[in-house]
Every structure is written in structure tokens, then in C-alpha cells.
Design a protein around this ligand. Structure first.
Ligand SMILES: Cc1cc2nc3c(=O)[nH]c(=O)nc-3n(C[C@H](O)[C@H](O)[C@H](O)COP(=O)(O)OP(=O)(O)OC[C@H]3O[C@@H](n4cnc5c(N)ncnc54)[C@H](O)[C@@H]3O)c2cc1C
Length: 326
């Protein structure tokens, strides 16, 4: 069991048996768990800390992950947590409040865990348009990703909401799954080219503001426009505003690119030494399988970085004790 003890410098409580972790992984979605699996198998001392709010929690099934297609999202994570436990990786259901350089990882409640490296896999937040009915049906029949859920609503009457500039591309894409796609323009201004592309692809444009999503019997039945017109539909797609949960990284000094996402190399190494990131927190396009792959790549790079440091320490120690000259 973990014990808390007083720390004299900042009054923070360091967990007695938490001292000396190689890596703290913040976030236990696909990215964090896959990284932890690799690091645990590399015999690193790892703790994974997760607040329990994975992005795809509202969905009943996860698709597009080889050998796991159709699995409930929570089951994938349960399986992952069981796998990391086999290699001695510890898991804490907690929120990380701050990471101080060095690294000291401060948890909600005041405990602090020290680590040589940190990997942040905190995902992103989907900001949904403020329209009645959207939030309740999100992940069920109000959807975002055709690759995740398009097949399940194939050949049905579908709508795309004009609430984000990305919606035009989304509608063009969605026609791959159904011949009956309408684009509700709502407040989005469409260029002549947008219209030509949508109409050319067989997407019907419906003008007018959206009133609310019509839900009956635990199902979306359509959309009612502000002027009272009813548009019967079986499912609704929208493009959320994706906001990275990257506050821990930005406060550590990690730089962002001009689109507002943290700069990292292909292994997830940020510009701050010792700090890695993987998954949706640095890439909004990452699916579950991609996020897992990013976690894996980060784990390889972190372990290699630790090996370099271990080698350097060993050389310095040998030199200091004169062992190298004997
Ligand atoms: C409705 C919906 C359905 C989807 N369906 C699919 C699908 O079928 N197939 C597919 O491939 N993709 C799907 N996705 C995308 C999928 O959710 C992401 O690709 C995936 O979750 C990214 O994994 P991640 O590890 O980067 O982040 P997440 O899975 O979001 O995990 C991040 C974790 O970090 C934790 N965290 C955040 N901040 C802190 C903190 N300060 N301290 C501690 N923990 C913290 C969170 O609680 C969370 O558990 C869907 C997305 C949505 C919105």
C-alpha cells in the first residue's frame, strides 16, 4: 500500500514507496497504456495515473482496431490495465494537477511522485455545438467519425451539421457510407466551390438555422429547424472543436505550432528534455490504434533515452572510483 509522508521543502506529500520511478505516464487511454506495456516489459519502474475520462467513453463500441473491432471502449482499457499489471506497472485512478521540472508529478490531494521521465497522454476534449439534443446523443447517434461509426449507419438517411468548417469535408466523406446525406447549412457560410463539391457528390444542402435534434424512444429521429421544418434522419454527424488537454505540457514549457498543437517529433519527444507526449493530446487525427502506436513509439524512445543516461552515469561512476584505470 502507498503511504504518504511529509516533505519539508514545499510541504508536499511524497509517496514513500513512489520514489524513484523511471517513468510517470499521465493518462491511461490507448496511448498511455500501450506505452506502459512496453516500458513495463522493458523492466522499467512505471506508474500510470489516470482520471478516468477517456474520449470515446460515450460510445458503446469501438471500431477499426485490428482483433478488437466492436469491443466496448471500457473493455479495451480494462484489458490494457490487466496487461500492464502483469509487468509490475502500477496504476492510480487519480488526476495529475502539475508536473514540476525534474520531475515531480503532483496529484489531486497533494501527493507527489518523482520520475526521471514523463509521458503525457491526456487526450483531447470535444467541444460540441450548443444545440439541444446533441450532448445526450453524442457517441450514440450524434457522431463525428465515419471511420468509427459510419458502417453502423450505412445506407441510412444521415445529416451533417454546418457548425464547423470541417463539416464540408465530413459530408463529402460520409457519402461513402450512404446515398442519402444532407448538409444542414445552419450558420456556416459556404463558398461557391463548397456548394459545387457537395452537390457534385450528391449531398443535398438544406438552408436555415437548426432548432434542435429530435429524439424519441432513445433514438435520433431527425432535426427540427428553427422555422419549424422537420428533417427526418437516422443519425447526425458533426465536427466538434477539438481542444487538446495539454495544460500540463504547456506549463512545463512545451512549445505549440501555429495550429495550436504541441510540437513533438515522431516519437513524441517534445522540446523540453525528458518530456514526451502521445495520442490525441498532440494529434487530433489519432484513432485508438494510432494512439496506441504513438504510445509504443514514445516508450521505445523513452527507454533508449534512459539507457543513454544509465550508461553515462555508469561511466562517470567508474571514472570517479578509478575503476576504469585498473
Ligand atoms: C464518441 C467517440 C467515439 C469514438 N470511437 C472510436 C472508434 O470506434 N475507433 C477509434 O479508433 N477511435 C474512436 N474515437 C477516437 C478515440 O476516442 C481516440 O482515438 C482515443 O481515445 C485516443 O486515445 P488517447 O490515449 O490519446 O486519449 P484518451 O483515450 O482520451 O485517454 C486520455 C486519458 O487521460 C486522462 N487524463 C486527462 N487529463 C488527465 C490528468 N490531468 N490527470 C490524469 N489523467 C488525465 C483522461 O481521463 C483519459 O482517460 C472516438 C471518439 C469519440 C469522441
Amino acid at each position: 500500500m502507498m503511504k504518504a509522508m511529509n516533505r519539508d521543502d514545499a510541504g508536499a506529500r511524497h509517496m514513500a514507496d513512489d520514489q524513484g520511478h523511471d517513468v510517470v505516464v499521465v493518462g491511461a487511454g490507448a496511448a498511455g497504456l500501450n506505452a506502459a506495456l512496453l516500458l513495463g516489459r522493458a523492466r522499467r519502474k512505471v506508474v500510470v495515473i489516470d482520471a478516468g475520462e477517456p474520449r470515446n467513453a460515450p460510445a458503446q463500441h469501438m471500431h477499426g482496431f485490428l482483433s478488437r473491432d466492436g469491443l466496448p471502449p471500457a473493455t479495451l482499457l480494462e484489458l490494457g490495465r490487466a496487461e500492464i499489471a502483469r509487468y509490475g506497472v502500477r496504476f492510480l485512478r487519480r488526476r495529475v494537477e502539475e508536473i514540476d521540472h525534474g520531475f515531480s508529478v503532483r496529484l489531486e490531494g497533494g501527493e507527489v511522485i518523482d520520475a526521471r521521465r514523463v509521458l503525457v497522454t491526456t487526450g483531447l476534449r470535444d467541444e460540441l455545438p450548443d444545440l439541444p439534443g446533441i450532448r445526450e446523443r453524442w457517441g450514440k447517434d450524434v457522431l463525428h467519425c465515419p471511420y468509427c461509426h459510419g458502417y453502423e449507419v450505412r445506407d441510412q438517411p444521415l445529416a451533417v451539421l454546418g457548425t464547423h468548417p470541417g463539416a464540408v469535408h465530413q459530408a463529402l466523406l460520409l457519402r461513402q457510407w450512404s446515398d442519402d446525406v444532407i448538409f444542414l447549412q445552419h450558420t456556416l457560410s459556404l463558398t461557391a466551390e463548397d456548394r459545387e463539391r457537395l452537390e457534385g457528390r450528391g449531398v443535398r444542402i438544406v438552408e436555415g438555422a437548426i432548432g434542435h435534434i429530435v429524439v424519441e424512444g432513445d433514438r435520433v429521429r431527425g432535426i427540427e429547424l428553427a422555422d419549424g421544418r422537420a428533417v427526418p434522419r437516422a443519425a447526425v454527424f458533426l465536427f466538434p472543436r477539438m481542444v487538446p488537454r495539454d495544460e500540463l505540457l504547456t506549463r512545463l514549457g512545451c512549445a505549440k505550432n501555429d495550429t495550436g498543437w504541441i510540437v513533438a517529433d515522431r516519437t513524441g519527444r517534445t522540446g523540453v528534455p525528458g518530456v514526451w507526449a502521445a495520442g490525441n493530446v498532440i494529434d487530433p487525427r489519432a484513432q485508438v490504434v494510432t494512439a496506441a502506436g504513438m504510445g509504443s513509439a514514445a516508450a521505445f524512445a523513452i527507454n533508449a533515452d534512459l539507457v543513454d543516461e544509465d550508461v553515462q552515469h555508469a561511466i562517470e561512476q567508474r571514472r570517479a572510483t578509478g575503476a576504469a584505470d585498473r
